[in-house]
Design a protein around this ligand. Structure first.
Ligand code: 6R9
Length: 678
């Protein structure tokens, strides 16, 4: 879920300052910013063999601490620059320029230099279409030819340096090829997730003033072709600035044709496979990616060239311990989200990785599809989201058990806090109890991972993102911006600029300042709640606008959800605060049961007591609702705002950003059986 931080701030302040004085609540002065209720004692040390050969050791923390800028310069040197920078950082708060004076070409770094190094025959992507048997292998040499042709094609369409290109595509190889072709010629891509509506697409096209759209007739989704071109047609009608629409034929379904349209196979296939990469300034814009606020217009997050590639490449090397010669890496995100931009396209390619790209959904044609792909390609590193992991838990342990996944050596998680139980399940049932799990915290705005264990260094705790990466100064602060002591909770903030940080919101510097840099003096405010445990390790606690205020205690949604998920009958949980006459807000929980669990009559009492035992009576939910599904955004994050409407008996708000708008009906239907106690 995305947020509007200014609103979050106001809501947060309101909750803190006018905390209702209820019996048992502490006086305001001693009240913690965010309660720290969950105590986890499990630890998973890095496997000795992995630690011994790790790309990055504990030394990196010391090095970065001694000289942060020199550390990042060293990482920038992992790339190939046509002109070296003269200044590492020009910081004019909150506007940063990294590697000032440097010049490089992102596509050259991601493709050509590997071919020049003799790795042309190495596979860049094993692409797996959703229809079984539909796969393609793309080597670095193939990629070089395809990117050159696409760059020539875009040039023929009149796209030049600095022009914006909207991209609305399924997960097919032409998507990364288009992104790299843009990067090559210095055009700025704006990828819009293929599930978005015509109005979402046209809004983004207009905001960025794009002149070309690249799309496809459709893609495969849940076993059937799903059209994209009609949505583009509808959007382009509203966007007179669009001059040409370049269309890949993927499904072969019928399309309406206009005089702006041109087939990819007609235009791109006849281009020369040679294209000289031009160097671009380190601060030349690379892409815009929109994050939608819960209210208001989506924000066009702007990323630039040198710093972005430096940090995505470094973090991919460090966090996944990528050994390009042996590893088969698979990030299951959609390229339409930042995770796909940074960890399917730019980071892995800059490192010369061999990756898997999968077009479709995890349950097509059967619920073992992911594990079948892991087995087929002998995937060694898997990066996915908690929402997917919890779904696999719900489907049952027997499904992954049917496949040989002994190739896996590292597992990653991103997108939401991972509940300790989901973490342990992931490690055990997917990772065979061998693999470290890296829980990576970051945002569209941060561009690359910021807080994560290092798989060869960290003794990780299930559910914790652990420590800021070397070179990153993340902190947990109270509402005055002071660091909280170990054991305390508060707001996640970043103290110093980092190479892959957003540079601004496209066309709106003021909104950039207001949203991210106004809450705390001189610090970046991420909008997330966090705590620092007794050892100083960081745990993410969800968006601050979701925090619940119960009898004067600020309770995070994450901790209560994790307590619920730790019950053997629960697969997924979402909690919200609903107005309550006695406690200010009371906790209302929505739970999905595991495949095997029966919804017995006393399940509500059992779960409420389980939470009280795990976290203390303060966190005991007032109500438990067993539901078949939870409302989620298209990138899989739970939308608690809609659940608050249900919990407070309001009519349900805007559902247009839901992945599946019928979910709210399923939940409403369950309401008469709501189990409320006390
Ligand atoms: C990469 C991505 C950003 C928001 C972020 C936070 C949540 C992401 C997380 C996590 C806890 C993690 N988030 N990773 N929360 N632990 N490991 O997801 O970017 O779509 O912009 O979302 O996602 O709330 O602020 P984006």
């Amino acid at each position: 879920m995305k947020w509007d931080t200014s609103k979050a701030d106001k809501q947060y302040e309101k909750e803190c300052v006018v905390a209702p004085e209820t019996p048992g609540s502490e006086p305001r002065e001693t009240q913690e910013t965010l309660s720290n209720l969950l105590h986890e004692t499990r630890r998973f040390a890095p496997p000795a063999e992995l630690a011994a050969a790790a790309n990055v050791t504990a030394q990196a923390y010391t090095e970065a601490e001694a000289d942060r800028l020199a550390f990042w310069e060293k990482q920038a040197d992992r790339l190939s620059w046509s002109t070296r920078w003269n200044t590492a950082l020009d910081w004019n708060p909150p506007f940063a320029k990294w590697f000032v004076g440097g010049e490089l070409n992102v596509a050259y770094n991601c493709v050509d230099r590997h071919v020049e190094a003799g790795l042309g025959e190495k596979v860049a992507y094993h692409w797996e279409g959703e229809p079984e048997g539909d796969s393609r292998t793309i080597t670095y040499a193939d990629l070089q030819r395809e990117v050159a042709k696409a760059a020539n094609a875009l040039t023929e369409l009149g796209v030049g340096k600095g022009d914006r290109v909207a991209v609305y595509m399924p997960m097919i190889p032409e998507l990364p090829i288009t992104m790299l072709a843009c990067a090559r010629i210095g055009a700025i891509h704006s990828v819009v997730f293929g599930g978005f509506s015509a109005s979402a697409l046209s809004g983004r096209i207009k905001d960025a003033d794009a002149k070309v759209v690249v799309t496809a007739d459709g893609g495969y989704r849940r076993g059937a072709p799903s059209a994209l071109k009609p949505t583009v047609d509808e959007a382009v009608k509203e966007c007179p600035g669009i001059e040409r629409v370049l269309v890949v034929r993927r499904t072969g379904q019928e399309v309406d044709w206009t005089d702006k349209d041109v087939w990819w196979h007609d235009l791109v296939d006849r281009q020369s496979a040679e294209h000289a990469p031009v160097p671009h300034d380190a601060e030349h814009p690379l892409y815009i990616l929109y994050t939608s606020g819960t209210t208001g217009k989506p924000k066009g997050i702007l990323h630039t060239t040198g710093g972005y590639l430096t940090q995505t490449a470094y973090t991919h090397h460090a966090v996944f311990d990528l050994k390009p010669e042996n590893d088969i890496y698979w990030c299951t995100a959609d390229i339409g989200w930042v995770t796909g931009h940074s960890y399917i396209v730019y980071g892995p390619l800059a490192n010369g990785a061999t990756s898997v790209i999968y077009e479709g959904t995890p349950d097509t044609p059967h619920r073992g599809r992911f594990w079948e792909i892991v087995q087929k390609y002998k995937v060694t590193i898997l990066y996915t989201a908690p929402t997917a992991i919890r779904t696999f838990m719900k489907w049952g342990d027997d499904i992954p058990a049917k496949y040989d996944m002994s190739s896996l050596r590292i597992l990653g998680s991103v997108g939401e806090p991972i509940n300790p139980e989901a973490y342990v399940w992931y490690r055990e049932h997917i990772g065979g109890n061998r693999t470290p799990v890296v829980d990576t915290w970051w945002q569209t705005e941060t561009g690359a991972v910021m807080i994560s264990p290092l798989p060869g260094v960290t003794s990780a705790k299930p559910g914790a993102a652990m420590r800021p990466l070397p070179g990153i100064t993340a902190d947990v602060v109270d509402d005055q911006g002071e660091s909280v002591p170990n054991g305390g909770g508060g707001f996640l903030a970043i103290r110093d600029p980092w190479p892959s940080m957003l540079r601004t919101i496209w066309g709106d510097d003021q909104r950039y300042i207001d949203t991210y840099w106004s809450r705390f003096e001189g610090m970046y405010f991420a909008g997330d709640g966090a705590k620092r445990d007794e050892d100083g390790d960081i745990w993410l606690l969800g968006r601050v606008d979701d925090v619940m205020l119960v009898s004067g205690h600020n309770i995070s949604t994450t901790e209560v959800e994790s307590a619920l998920v730790s019950h053997p009958k629960v697969a997924e949980a979402a909690v919200v605060g609903a107005t309550d006459p006695v406690t200010g807000q009371a906790i209302v929980s929505f739970v999905i049961l595991r495949g095997s669990a029966e919804e017995g009559a006393d399940i509500a009492a059992e779960l409420r007591n389980h939470v009280a035992r795990t976290l203390g009576p303060i966190a005991k939910p007032r109500q438990i609702l067993v539901v078949p599904e939870l409302p989620k955004t298209r990138s899989g994050k739970i939308m608690r705002r809609l659940l608050r409407d249900v919990a407070e008996n309001r009519s349900i708000g805007d559902v247009t950003t839901l992945a599946d708008s019928t979910v709210m009906n399923l939940i409403s239907e369950k309401l008469p059986s709501a189990k409320s106690e006390d």
